[in-house]
Design a protein around this ligand. Sequence first.
Ligand code: SF4
Length: 401
Amino acid sequence: MNIPSRSEFDQNHPVRTAVIKVASRCNLACTYCYIYEMADQSWRRQPQVIDTTTIEAIAKRLAEYAQYRSLSALIVVAHGGEPLLIGPERLAHFFTTISHGLDTVGCETHLGVQTNGTLLSMEAVQKLKSRKVHIGISLDGPPKVNDEHRVDKHGIGTSGAVLDGLSRLREATNSRPLLGGFLSYADISVPPIVQLDYFIELGAAQVDFLFPNFNHDTLPKEYRNGALGRWMIQLFNLWMDRSNQLEVRTFTVIMRLLLGGKFGYESFGAESQKTIAVEPDGTYHASDVLKSAYEGVTSTGMDVWHHEIREVESMPLIAATSSKAVSAANECLACPIFSVCGGGLVAHRYSKAQGFNRVSVYCEDIKLLVRHIMDRLKKELMGRPDVTVSVSSFSAYSHRV
Ligand code: SF4
């Protein structure tokens, strides 16, 4: 595996997604939250919500960068904390200001918001609809499952409020288009069919099952290697029978990579589109899922007031989450499925002793899952000589798992 030099990497990988933290606080208290419940507590020093001047400064930096990179399109996602805490009016102003800035340099804007779904009032829905903002909702499955961890500040489950918000969304849009998809944690204590069928019944177009945010120092001692992989395999088999009903991003991305696709996303693939995050105080950061590792891990030391995005994009910290070879352990670089796995989510590689230079805590799970999907793909594609499953050394590898 060749490790690209930084200049080569930067040239080929402009920032394609800007995640803007418009609120640093949340109205929920989910037990597993990587922002509030894990190592990095820097949210405490952030303003509660972004102000107008910072929004304008961000819009200027994004437009300047789009022009410098001749970008035809940029994805801009409002994130938090809970982004709807800034209120429908200010959120609408945020999206309008950002789109206007990018419009002036001929860059199309794809807008999104990632929300816990509990504050989707009709006013908020209408404002998001009028600006064509795609809405991603975090929900862990049926109420009994979701409400175990996704609770409010009093420990009360939040499914009811999310489902009310979803009804308003449906009422206003009358179809799926604005609903970008669901993010759900893979919970191996729940039968996969329960989680999968719930999202189908909900009419979801897409769901992603995220691996719980553990690293080598925090993985529960009772966790048995391969348990999550086996759970995901069961889910995959069920999904294959129902795949015309919704997309499960984890599986479609793995299949695409096995068939020779280049780009994955944060969780899978050796390469993914580069992302930059901006906190409410205007400071630039790397992907916030790294916050499960240690205090200050995402900080670049640069901000929208003094620095252009082109100065930040070349930092190894930013590159590490999109070109995984930049930061992967030697064992991963030599792994036959590195192009599909990418060493997993960077946050899952961390240990205090070795930093991010380790295999994922879910290494065995990923190997099991990828091997299973590969075998299934081969079976499904038998008699299709025009299609090649691309991990050529996989058969040698599969004996070692
Ligand atoms: S399967 Fe394991 S060794 Fe291979 S790339 Fe992924 S984390 Fe690294």
